[in-house]
Design a protein around this ligand. Sequence first.
Ligand code: PLP
Length: 410
Amino acid sequence: MEKVIQNIDVKTIREAFPILHQQVNGKPLIYFDNAATNQKPISVIQSINDYYSRDNANIHRGNHSLADRSTANFEETRSAIQQFIKAKEADEIIFTSGTTESINLVASTYGRATINKGDEIIISGMEHHSNIVPWQLLCEEKGAILKVIPVTEIGEIDFDQFRELLSTKTKIVSIVYASNSLGSINPIKAIIEEAHQFGAVVLIDGAQASAHLEIDVVSLDCDFFALSAHKMYGPTGVGILYGKRDLLEAMPPYKGGGEMIKEVSFIKTTYNDIPYKFEAGTPNIADVIAFKKAIEFINDIGKEAIAHHENELLVYATEKIKQIDRVKIIGEAKEKVSVLSFVIDGIHHFDIGQMMDAKGIAVRTGHHCTQPLMHQFGIEGTVRASFSIYNTKAEIDEMIVSLEKIITIL
Ligand code: PLP
């Protein structure tokens, strides 16, 4: 029997987002740049305000009430994330500044400690630069080899080619769960299973997946998982790295400083237990605490309902845009998150973006930090409209009208 998903009340949800209720260039804002960062509900904004007006104190080392309160709230977010991604233990959650830092952390600690000359690291052709460059740096340093899974014409990874690339030389597979440029959802469970057969560890870049798809790191059996709060209705500058306990314990520290130590002397320093071993210095306390509110926001609506609504918008927008002459969609994978990338024959994507902005419509244009992918499609960039829980079909209609006008003018 098919599951019934509750219709969500978008009007009420929109009321929770103050930023949406403004005019841009004389028109009501239509925000379709959610894959870059999505907007924040009032509960998240209020939490940051509350922290600085009521609780501000440095965490973990204080012995006064404000420090205790801040520490408890900070650690509550860790537990909320543990439940959100279904990790076994809260200690397996490390706070970082976001997905980029999480991937760099793994490359510079696990990577540096384990990769040797001639070893191979596999990524895919649809990776964000943040899941390419850290591995290139590591390969340069160690004399290792970076291999790339090809992407098909419709924007799916070529699974047979992936199998061909795997060997006992493969030490790390680092792959995006959902592409920020194409929307494609990758078959990560199958990828993890295949990679594990060769003894490779797998890092999942969950930046675009975590606001829409159920994440269960134990059932996926991924070794590392990275995400960013700001793509999940949370603040910028906060993210997490999940890692399996045994891996994190064996890894050398990332940054040196306060909090990551047990004992410091000029002869020898010993390191703290996980997760603190990887959390040197004063963290982004207010934003970590507010991240919990973002998780509660997602949980209250339910990921399934969010995904259902966004998918309806994606299907609707895709059908409408296909009817416009000269438009070509880039990325037509069978499984997609709500990202619609396209080009219009003869019109530069920047011009389209600017003209849409004049109508109050915020879309992203450019290479979306996936230059190798753009090269594969023989383009410099796309226009990308990405939809979130607060978007509506009426807003998509406005975008379509605006695109039709642009085509008649240019
Ligand atoms: N990976 C993907 C798929 C992304 O979409 C992004 C951001 O756009 C990143 C990684 C980097 O995330 P952050 O800039 O939050 O570190």
